[in-house]
Design a protein around this ligand. Structure first.
Ligand SMILES: NC(=O)c1ccc[n+]([C@@H]2O[C@H](COP(=O)([O-])OP(=O)(O)OC[C@H]3O[C@@H](n4cnc5c(N)ncnc54)[C@H](OP(=O)(O)O)[C@@H]3O)[C@@H](O)[C@H]2O)c1
Length: 280
């Protein structure tokens, strides 16, 4: 089996690379943003034609949620046009396309976990660009599988856990938003889930929700990070209003993972900071 992974420098792709090292029977091809810019049609078609992968996992994205508000063109190019090009090239060359999307396609007005067919209503440019990527990749390739995930963290790249650990080591006191609810997701578990879809032999096109079990707020997540790291920073719960950001974020973006578990026969673990902390 040959699997092409885009966005090789990102959190999820780097966790896929860790897993790939343990799967010598499969051939993985990782392409960074400089090796394969997913917004360049020629490069995308050339890469799929040259590599002839069985599967393409698109782990490339424009993930800077606040920055996207000032740069919608780039966000839509990377998050909507890129997936469309990859999906179309995969369709033409007979490769299966596996794309990653986000809980930020929802507006957060729900009070129970979001299911895949709940209405979307992104609050910001990032969410809107990711939603357009969902629609366009499904239109370009009817076999596309999309996995929406949330609050991704890992030992790699930029994420909430690493930011909190840095700030907690610098400051005696930290204010953290306590009225946004979501599901922290360990990128290593997400990477394993993506490969599980492939391994399951149950390729069923459509959208799926995958996140680690256990909803929390950023404040309570920060508490867990502090306690696991045995730091003594005082944490103060604040409201979203008290921490204005360029992009609005959903107040509630907990994802219902029933469809993922029942379709692919997978168990989903609770978010486990201990596993991550070993690598930090
Ligand atoms: N992080 C989260 O909390 C979160 C939450 C929900 C969903 N997701 C989704 O999960 C997926 C993986 O996220 P992640 O956290 O692993 O992202 P990440 O760490 O920000 O990595 C994204 C990667 O995409 C690459 N990239 C950007 N523009 C590109 C382009 N035009 N062509 C090729 N590569 C490009 C980046 O390369 P450079 O660094 O060289 O630009 C980077 O290596 C994304 O689809 C994201 O939307 C993430």
């Amino acid at each position: 089996m040959k699997i092409l992974v885009t966005g090789a420098g990102g959190q999820v792709a780097r966790e896929l690379a860790q897993l790939a090292a343990k799967r010598p029977m499969d051939e993985f091809v990782f392409r960074s943003s400089t090796e394969l810019n997913i917004t360049h049609a020629d490069s995308v078609w050339q890469a799929i034609a040259d590599e002839e992968p069985d599967y393409c996992i698109n782990a490339a994205a424009y993930t800077a949620v606040d920055k996207a508000e000032a740069d919608p063109e780039t966000a839509f190019l990377v998050n909507a046009e890129g997936p469309r090009l990859l999906a179309a090239a995969c369709a033409a060359k007979g490769a299966r396309f596996l794309h990653i999307s986000t809980d930020y396609v929802f507006d957060g007005n729900a009070s129970e976990p979001y299911r895949e067919d709940d209405p979307v209503n992104p609050l910001g440019v990032y969410g809107a660009s990711k939603r357009k990527g969902e629609v366009q990749s499904m239109e370009a390739n009817r076999e596309t599988i999309i996995v929406r995930t949330a609050w991704v963290y890992s030992a790699f790249g930029n994420n909430f856990v690493k930011t909190m650990l840095r700030l907690m080591r610098e400051r005696p006191q930290l204010s953290v938003v306590n009225d946004q609810h979501g599901c922290p997701t360990y990128a290593a578990d997400l990477a394993a889930a993506l490969l599980h879809i492939i391994d399951s032999g149950k390729w069923t096109p459509g959208i799926y929700h995958y996140c680690n079990e256990g909803a929390t707020t950023w404040y309570h997540f920060a508490e867990a990070i502090r306690d696991r790291a045995a730091l003594s920073t005082q944490l103060l719960p604040i409201s979203t209003e008290q921490y204005p950001t360029p992009a609005r974020r959903p107040a509630y973006s907990v994802l219902d993972t029933t469809k993922f578990r029942s379709t692919f026969g997978a168990e989903i673990r609770a978010s486990n900071l201990d596993r991550q902390n070993q690598n930090l």
